[in-house]
Design a binder for this molecule. Structure first.
Ligand code: BYC
Ligand code: FE
Ligand code: FE
Length: 474
């Protein structure tokens, strides 16, 4: 389905045929733009950035590339093409036709899911707004802005659903999405990770690797939804998400590669010498991985969750790639849930109903996916002849949500007393000094083709352009 760019709001949902909805969205649009100018990327708003824009939603015609000023980016409403005769694929309504309108009894629940999803999108833009000041290259600066404008579009995707299907409450929620702010003490973003500051690029790469990947898994689950407009929206969002995770995986890979190069040039594995040479040592990279991974896995909610069971039963939220499972009802199945013993010093396993374990099932799929990049980074480390392995920490480590919350398990999954924990925590996650060191390296580099000393250049540019292309025109 073609996207109409002649419209004030580009879309492939025949917006022009629904005047009321069009007016409501055109009323929200300037509020969005004000928010973007106030809380979107700081600086560079008047610069031309080499951005991709969707031209159609099918695989071939995905994108055109060209230099645009970010406030002129054509944020719009794009749904994947409908699947003819789509049926609900799981839960109590399995086999019934997918809903084109919100079923009354699930209205509040669906609205809450859409609002939670929508809230994360502008949150991430707010978190990343100052990174342009310390970009390691023009190539990276462009990637940051590409991610930012697409997260802005993801906000549009959820606001469209709220306006089109939730009447007045939906319009109020859409305003609230611009009123909550990341890290705001009085009115914070809904989910924990989205209130953590991201003020260095190592954190940005960890965020796009780990947190955007939570986005992938939540969008995959929502793409299974019996509410068809939500499914179609999420299916198109997933095509954009792939680039965000690419930025994270290759970004971390280039930081690792630079650390290895410096170690080999100096013939040392002393982290202090690596630091003195202006690179980020591998143990520090590991600490950032520990921090952002443990923060991201909280985003899946509690391992045992009656909310999750209700979403599944109602057909609102499935498992990622629901089709790959055999049993789509899960009325009798159980899940062996590992959890801490009451004294916190051991682990036991309890069988819980499968429907209640959907958050754990999704988290497990996510953790497996997180491992793929880790294997690639470790291969590069081995190839450099260095004896070091990056590891994902145990899912028990540093949890604030779910069965492990309130207990003290280390990255290897071993229990500790409060005293031991307090003593050791900064061996596992970045200390104030680690963060200050990483920040000290974050000096803006904007000469085409030049890279900051702590990161290796990318093997190739964007859309077949050379690495020294003027991705952002200053
Ligand atoms: N922080 O049964 P529980 C993305 C709350 S990322 C704070 O465990 P449920 C992106 C929970 O709300 C993808 N609170 O949870 C990435 C509940 O509250 P109430 C975002 C949390 O409902 C990068 C209570 O704890 N999308 O797209 O099964 C850049 C206990 O509930 C947290 C979605 O999340 C937390 N971490 O699952 C840009 C999809 N975790 O009811 C974008 C929509 C839980 O007691 N959301 N709580 O007030 C959902 O599907 C579910 O809300 C969750 C939670 C999976 C998040
Ligand atoms: Fe997103
Ligand atoms: Fe994303």
């Amino acid at each position: 389905m073609a996207i109409d760019y002649a419209e004030k709001i580009p879309n492939n949902v025949h917006l022009a045929d629904d005047r009321k909805l069009q007016r409501a969205l055109e009323h929200w649009q300037p509020h969005f733009l004000d928010w973007w100018k106030d809380l979107g990327p700081e600086g560079f708003q008047e610069r031309d950035v080499y951005l991709r824009t969707a031209t159609s939603v099918d695989a071939k015609g995905w994108a055109t590339y060209g230099h645009v000023k970010m406030p002129d980016y054509r944020w719009g409403i794009f749904l994947a093409d409908p699947t003819p005769d789509r049926r609900i694929g799981f839960g109590d309504h399995m086999g019934e036709p997918a809903w084109q309108e919100v079923p009354g009894e699930h209205r509040a629940t669906l609205r809450r899911l859409i609002v939670t999803q929508g809230d994360t999108e502008p949150a991430s833009v707010e978190q990343q707004r100052r990174l342009g000041q310390s970009c390691p290259s023009l190539y990276d600066l462009r990637n940051l802005f590409q991610v930012n404008v697409e997260e802005g579009r993801h906000l549009w995707a959820m606001v469209y659903l709220l306006h089109a299907h939730f009447g007045r409450d939906g319009r109020e929620e859409a305003e609230e999405l611009l009123a909550r702010h990341s890290g705001d003490v009085n009115n914070p973003r809904i989910l924990g990770t989205f209130n953590e500051p991201i003020d260095d690029w190592l954190s940005f790469f960890c965020f796009t690797y780990f947190t955007d990947r939570d986005g992938k898994y939540q969008l995959l689950s929502l793409a299974e939804s019996g509410f068809d407009p939500l499914s179609r929206t999420c299916r198109f969002m997933l095509t954009e998400e792939a680039h965000h995770m690419f930025v994270g995986e290759t970004g971390l890979g280039r930081v690792v590669q630079r650390a290895c190069e410096v170690m080999n040039e100096l013939g040392t594995d002393d982290p202090l010498k690596v630091r003195a040479a202006g690179a980020i040592d591998l143990p520090t990279i590991q600490k950032y991985v520990n921090f952002w991974f443990s923060s991201a896995i909280d985003l899946f909610g509690a391992e045992s969750s009656s909310n999750a069971a209700n979403y599944f039963a109602a057909g609102l939220k499935g498992r990622p790639d629901e089709e790959s499972f055999e049993d789509h009802l899960c009325t009798d199945a159980t899940f062996a849930l590992e959890q801490p013993r009451e004294d916190g010093l051991g682990v036991l396993t309890e069988e819980i109903p499968m429907r209640n374990a959907m958050n754990a099932v999704t988290r497990n799929a996510y953790i497996k996916d997180c491992g793929i990049g880790v294997v690639r980074w470790n291969r590069a480390i081995r190839k450099a002849g260095i004896d070091f392995e990056i590891k994902l920490p145990s899912e028990r480590f540093r949890r604030n949500i779910g069965v492990w919350a309130g207990f003290h398990f280390d990255p290897d999954g071993k229990p500790h007393s409060q005293t031991e924990w307090d003593e050791k925590l900064y061996d596992w996650v970045p200390s104030h000094e680690d963060r200050e060191f990483v920040k000290s390296l974050m000096v803006q580099v904007v000469e085409p083709g030049k890279m900051a000393g702590w990161i290796a250049p990318p093997p190739r540019g964007i859309n077949n352009q050379p690495v020294d292309y003027d991705y952002v025109r200053l």
